[in-house]
Design a protein around this ligand. Structure first.
Ligand code: C2E
Ligand code: CA
Ligand code: CA
Length: 556
């Protein structure tokens, strides 16, 4: 409380406050209790939804820019001050930003009394407490708002800056395993490693919990950021060693060069650094990734497709459809089965390849609802086909995510029960990709499916992980030779010999074999000579919608 009213008049305060305003981030105010007038430094009008920087009817006017839930609390506090019950105002609550969003502030004020000890003014300061933590006490580095200011100053005059965003890999796990205290200790130590590694004109900021950005404003080539990353990484490796491997941690880095991207908007640049770091982590962590526009476009495309797919699923699978490709008996050319292949078209009519959208469905877990939809529709189609071809089978592709994340066996059995079809009408295709031997959960579903007489086909044989020994151990019912292998065998004598041996070996342990990707009559003759059990390929038919399939095989 103060009584020095000769110097501190309302007008004086306003003038002095405005002089100070450019030197501070806070907003100074004075509230004249006699004339019920409020003044706040002018800059506040840009930030908050204020009626102006000077206004009357002070309590009522607050109703327009204070977050409604917080208004009663404020009114209570101010009424206690006005009635003399309290001399100091110190309240944390929310104002509305110029865009209407709540902004946390701390408002402090003190009363100025006249010679009769009557309060005549309240002077004080509004200070943002939400987002604007400037420097960070854990790492000792300036925070993101400093980077923002630094870059906003820099961008219009200098377009060559480079940014390296560093993140500690799996920091969350580290925190969980060793406790927050140790987590903070590591953050501080990594921040020290960063600081030690900086060259002239490189500035470090702490961005969010375990992420830092280093801004380089020199003329160095981009290689300098790569070197910087490696210097920091060696320092961190040494740190881990010095701490006797108590905790093992690594760092990833994403580099963005302003010269390359030609973007001047801070938020956009910031987003690209976020992407670059995420990309380094996606590529296996403990490495640096240099931003490339093509990768970013592919990322945006994946994100767009993911949102379309999500939307499609909630719109009753709109845009999804199924194609069926016949699997023909090599001996006698009878229809044996059809493989169900998923198709997807975006709302703007673009067909997306399954090689593109299936991995997105898998990564996002959306394959689970889609998978259920496929089984149901495929079994319906099978039931129709069996009216003409009583032994007809339907084949569906299953992904490992489905086997691991949903009760696949029960779902298949429920779908079969609903369709009243016997389990032996279903073939499940699985790619041999190393998961089978590793996962008891998958082996369990595999065993249960075989026990009830659902056939299992090992898909994509001849690519990636395929291994004849595994086939011997796993005992699927069918082995499907991938088209890429068929193509090679048709072009190359050695691969052809290999195919001959594979077919012999598969037959010798009593399994059936499908050769995929037979496109021409000539290819058919060559492949048929090897005596596979079944053939699938464009020669007989491309995958087609159910109606077309029915027409081809005269199914009513
Ligand atoms: P896949 O399981 O190996 O399916 C066979 C692929 O080979 C299909 O490609 C088919 O159109 C193509 N194909 C068949 N015969 C020929 C031929 O003679 N010549 C040529 N050039 N290609 C032939 P599609 O439909 O593009 O599917 C690609 C992959 O997407 C599938 O490979 C499968 O891995 C995956 N996929 C498709 N539908 C599903 C599904 O419902 N679930 C899961 N998990 N994956 C699916
Ligand atoms: Ca397949
Ligand atoms: Ca295949």
């Amino acid at each position: 409380m103060s009584t020095n009213t000769e110097i501190l008049t309302f007008e004086n305060f306003c003038r002095i406050a405005e002089e100070f305003a450019p030197c501070m981030n806070d907003y100074l105010y004075v509230y004249d209790l006699v004339s019920d007038t409020y003044y706040i430094t002018k800059r506040a009008v840009e930030r908050f939804r204020l009626p102006g920087n000077t206004f009357h009817n002070v309590l009522e006017a607050h109703g327009k820019f204070v977050y409604p839930d917080d208004l009663p609390m404020l009114q209570l506090d101010l009424s206690q001050i006005l009635s003399g019950q309290k001399q100091e105002h110190n309240l944390e609550y929310r104002w509305l930003g110029a865009d209407g969003s709540p902004v946390w502030i701390n408002c402090r004020g003190r009363l100025i009394l006249d010679e009769n000890q009557t309060p005549i003014l309240m002077v004080g300061c509004i200070n943002e407490i939400g987002n604007q933590q400037k420097a960070d006490n854990v790492s000792g580095l300036p925070g993101e708002s400093f980077l923002r200011e630094h870059m906003k100053m820099l961008i219009p005059v200098f377009s060559k800056g480079m940014l390296l965003r560093i993140g500690i890999d799996d920091f969350k796990t580290l925190n969980e395993r060793h406790g927050m205290g140790y987590g903070n200790y590591i953050l501080k130590k990594v921040a020290d490693c960063i600081q030690q590694s900086l060259d002239a004109l490189q500035y470090a900021y702490r961005i969010v919990s375990d992420e830092f950005i280093i801004l380089d404003v020199s003329d160095r080539p981009v290689e300098a950021m790569n070197l910087l990353y490696h210097r920091i990484r060696s320092a961190v490796d040494n740190l881990v060693k010095q701490q006797h491997y108590k905790a093992l941690y690594t760092i990833s880095g994403g580099i963005v060069s302003l010269e390359d991207i030609n973007i001047t908007n801070y938020e956009e640049i910031f987003k690209l650094t976020e992407f670059a770091l995420a990309e380094a982590k996606n590529r296996g962590k403990n490495q640096v990734y240099y931003f490339r526009a093509e990768d970013y476009e592919a990322f945006l495309q994946r994100r767009y497709i993911r949102s379309c797919l999500r939307q499609a699923i909630s719109n009753d699978f709109e845009g999804f459809s199924l194609s069926y490709q016949p699997i023909i008996m090599s001996n006698g050319e009878h229809l044996y089965a059809a493989e169900t292949l998923l198709r997807y078209r975006t709302p703007d009519g673009k067909t997306i390849s399954p090689y593109e959208f299936i991995p997105i469905l898998e990564d996002s877990g959306l394959i689970i609802p889609v998978g259920k939809w496929i089984i149901k529709n495929a079994l319906d189609m099978c039931a129709e086909c069996r009216k003409k071809y009583p032994d007809f089978k339907i084949s569906i592709n299953l992904s490992y995510i489905q086997l691991l994340k949903s009760p696949m066996f029960d779902e298949i059995m429920d779908a079969l029960n609903l369709s009243s079809l016997p389990p032996n009408c279903l073939i499940v295709e699985l790619t041999e990709s190393g998961h089978l031997e590793d996962s008891p959960a998958i082996q369990n579903v595999w065993r249960k499916l075989k026990n009830v007489d659902v056939s299992i086909a090992v898909d994509d044989f001849g690519t990636g992980y395929s291994n004849l020994q595994n086939i011997g151990n796993l005992r699927p019912n069918i082995v499907k030779i991938d088209r890429s292998f068929t193509v090679k065998a048709l072009q190359n004598e050695y691969e052809f010999e290999l195919l001959v041996h594979i077919i012999r070996m598969v037959h010798s342990i009593g399994l059936n074999l499908v050769v995929e990707g037979v496109e021409t009559k000539d290819e058919l003759i060559k492949i048929t000579a090897l005596n596979p059990d079944f053939i699938q390929g464009y020669f007989y038919s491309k995958p087609c919608p159910k109606e077309e399939f029915f027409e081809k095989f005269q199914i009513a």
